[in-house]
Design a protein around this ligand. Structure first.
Ligand SMILES: O=C(O)CCC(=O)C(=O)O
Length: 403
């Protein structure tokens, strides 16, 4: 695919970034279809996707993955669970879904380990997904982040073969009321999760928080930042899933003025790139649950308060966390993977080489950025993760051979 000519691209300067200073909040709930899923667009509906996104701050695009790609992704989730956590985990035996289950299960996230399995890696270079991000950024020189899978275990009427009966699992429910921003709107420091962060001290508080936005790497309120989830199964309302306050991007500056103390406090917290929305914030009345169909991509503006809500059914929610950013984003670089980190059976495409950061895009700025010195802290982290992954895979093989 010729990435630059096939992709209709609205110039970055034409992308409207709302000033965020609406005096009052205007709710912008998303329409749903007859089956209760959020109404989704087709990949080619460039203008419609952009217009919808500007209004709501969220958009869903259908059929970015095929049925087979979804199924292979789900297979990769189980392989990952067995190799990295517990070889006895069996997708057909809920009895095995407790012991050595990954951390962050209370948030529906599978550990902090990067999900580096063949279909998961292929999804990050999927041309449909790339096209959605090109549309939303008005730029085609993009990079992908490299992060995790998400899975919410079923909690109601779960069939246990060894008991030959169904039971509920209240303790598999994820947290309720999780609502946060992955940018501190006072300092402009936004999440860099799954990328290399450029700024030294990215996870330390800003010393002069009210002036921090002047720093080029604290650009979260100046340039478009997107986050996304990719549905690997149908994620129905009752299965748990993404929720957010659509339309909040038009109000965020006003809200920040009213919540300066909270933002200052968040700047001093363990993660200065996020803000937890208080339980009594009236904005919570406008949280909308967002069920999406298998194979669709839901993208949200980082300026939206968001989170997920728990499963209440006998089916799983399974997703991939996956988003992209322009190479021109001064806060980010591609995560420094080596080709050795990629699965043997995975075929990197020409597009993938660029999205993963193994090759430079064409513009002068992209080539300049490609040569930049890398952040040594993140290089060390990449090396450490590689060693842990190799160790876990070797342990899995030894276990398998001896059984
Ligand atoms: O699981 C989800 O849908 C959302 C997770 C979330 O809040 C995040 O990635 O920041």
């Amino acid at each position: 695919m010729d990435n630059s000519s096939n992709t209709k691209s609205t110039k970055l300067t034409e992308i409207h970034l709302s000033s965020g200073d609406d005096e009052i909040f205007h709710p912008a709930p998303l329409p749903t279809d007859d089956d209760g899923f959020i109404v989704a667009f087709n990949i080619d509906q460039h203008d419609e996707i952009l217009t919808f996104f500007e209004k709501h701050g969220v958009v869903v695009v259908a059929n970015v993955l095929t049925e087979q790609e979804c199924e292979r992704s789900v297979d990769d989730v189980w392989k990952f669970l067995q190799e990295m956590f517990n070889p006895n985990i069996d997708r057909d035996k809920p009895e095995t879904w407790d012991s050595n289950w990954p951390m962050f299960s209370h948030m529906g996230i599978l550990g902090s380990e990067r999900w580096l399995y063949p279909q998961a890696c292929d999804n990050r270079q999927n041309p449909n997904i790339y096209k959605v991000f090109c549309t939303l950024f008005g730029d085609h020189e993009l990079m992908t982040n490299v992060t995790r899978a998400g899975l919410m275990r079923p909690t109601k009427n779960v069939y246990f073969p060894s008991l030959n009966k169904t039971e509920d699992r209240e303790n598999w429910k994820t947290i309720s009321n999780w609502l946060h921003l992955d940018v501190n709107p006072l300092t402009g420091r936004a999440t860099t999760y799954g990328f290399e962060h450029v700024a030294e001290g990215h996870f330390e508080p800003s010393n002069a928080p009210r002036a921090a936005q002047n720093k080029s790497t604290n650009n979260g309120m100046r340039v478009r930042k997107l986050q996304a989830v990719l549905a690997l199964v149908d994620c129905r309302e009752q299965d748990g899933g993404f929720h957010a306050v659509p339309g909040f991007q038009h109000y965020i500056v006003t809200w920040t003025k009213q919540n300066e103390k909270l933002c200052l406090h968040s700047n001093q917290s363990r993660d200065p790139t996020s803000v937890q929305i208080p339980r009594d914030d009236p904005i919570r009345e406008h949280i909308q649950r967002m069920p999406i169909r298998k194979g669709s991509l839901l993208v949200w503006d980082t300026r939206l308060p968001h989170g997920n809500y728990p499963n209440n059914s006998n089916q799983m929610r399974i997703i991939q966390y996956l988003h992209m950013a322009p190479i021109a984003d001064e806060a980010l670089r591609p995560f420094p993977l080596s080709k050795q980190d990629l699965p043997e059976t995975f075929q990197l495409t020409e597009l993938g080489e660029k999205l993963y950061g193994f090759k430079s895009w064409e513009s002068d700025n992209a080539q300049y950025r490609f040569q930049e010195q890398r952040n040594s802290e993140v290089l060390d982290q990449a090396l450490y993760e590689r060693q842990v992954r190799d160790l876990m895979k070797a342990r899995y093989q030894t276990n398998k051979n001896s059984s």
